[in-house]
Design a protein around this ligand. Sequence first.
Ligand code: EPZ
Length: 421
Amino acid sequence: MEKIIISGGNPLRGTVEISGSKNAALPIIAATLLTSEPCTIRGVPNLSDIQFMCDILRWLSVKVTHHKTDGVIEIQAQHPLGVAPYELVRKMRASVCLLGPLLARLHNCKVSLPGGCVIGDRPIDQHLKGLKRLGADVLVENGYVHARCNELTGSDVFMGGRFGSTVLGTANVMMAAVLAKGTTWIEGAACEPEIEDLAIFLIKMGAKIKGAGSHILEIEGVEVLNGADHKVITDRIEAGTFMTAAAITNGDIEIKGAHAEHLCAVRDKLEESGVTVERANGTIRVKGNGDLKPVDVITMPYPGFPTDMQAQMSAVMTVTPGISVITEKVFPNRFMHISEMARLGADVSIEGSSAIVKGVKHLSGAPVMACDLRASAGLVLAGLCADGETEVNRIYHVDRGYERIDQKLRHLGAKIERVSE
Ligand code: EPZ
């Protein structure tokens, strides 16, 4: 197993290039199951989650060629199989978004229920409700979701659950509806940029979708879809993570390739905390001013402050003088990183779905354990500003969603190395 060792205290300076979005690429790879024609997906980050998704497709007899160094994946699903077993699905919850395309293409599929998740309860009731609305019979038995239909029929579907619109649920229903007979309206659709990117890919495949990126999608089903060539958007969460890296280290980072318009809520909170954020010529420049101010943050579905930035923002708050509060409205129990941050000297108490953070003067390095992807990013950030040496263990979590994070941080002046135990 590998770990990351950081000697904290260096302000990060320089330029970093943002990779393609994992959470856009994963459902787009699943969407290639909707056609027998070849598809090419570009700008795909080289991450373990992407490799898991490619492995599942290969297991389903799909031809997948992954040019890792170029970020290109060529996929052709001529005769896909319809069963995705637990051994593959358990590795990554996003594989639940195979359900919609497999059902639409084959009219009969079985996808294993994904299993537990450290960021909290992650039911798929909204996904199943949506597929049923399109006419599927859905049965959950022996750990599998078994969905079948004679044909899918357009309908109106509401996707807003207790914690906001479901992202992958919207993806699943949209992918099923593109091959359904008649028109589907998805109301309360997730409008995350990754869902908009999926809609753009589906439109390139010949799908008829209106309202991409909004809360109401109108989808007129077509009989067949064609192959398509698409470059995925860049990763707003990776970009946001580097923005917070500049803030926590009092650095000055130019972030290239990010879509600044996807990061308004993060920019807004960083500015409120006294950090300078400038947008120019396709870059975002984030500069610390040596003086952080406490802020209150509430995570919400897009365009609100992303839950996937909560751990990183919590890390910034741990060294911000005064009291900051961060409230988690999407995954109310997503605070596993807090006890690890306490090992570095952070002063945080959890009250319900809020973390009350009393800023300390200094964090001090210690061994910590990553427990999920964004939690590990938060711990790496905390390590970057802690005095002495921080050892982040189980960094396979970070490798699920950040391409070469140690190299990119080193390039910005961080003293960081990856070592094998
Ligand atoms: C996506 O997960 C992302 N994953 C997550 O990214 C992200 O944290 C999340 O959206 C929220 O933005 C991918 O895109 C691969 P949801 P998803 O369904 O779609 C509840 C990362 O670190 N809910 O929008 O699975 C659910 O429990 C990750 O990259 C239901 O109640 O999330 C949660 O409270 C992890 N019933 C809320 O809705 C359902 O049927 C939002 O979940 C579905 C969800």
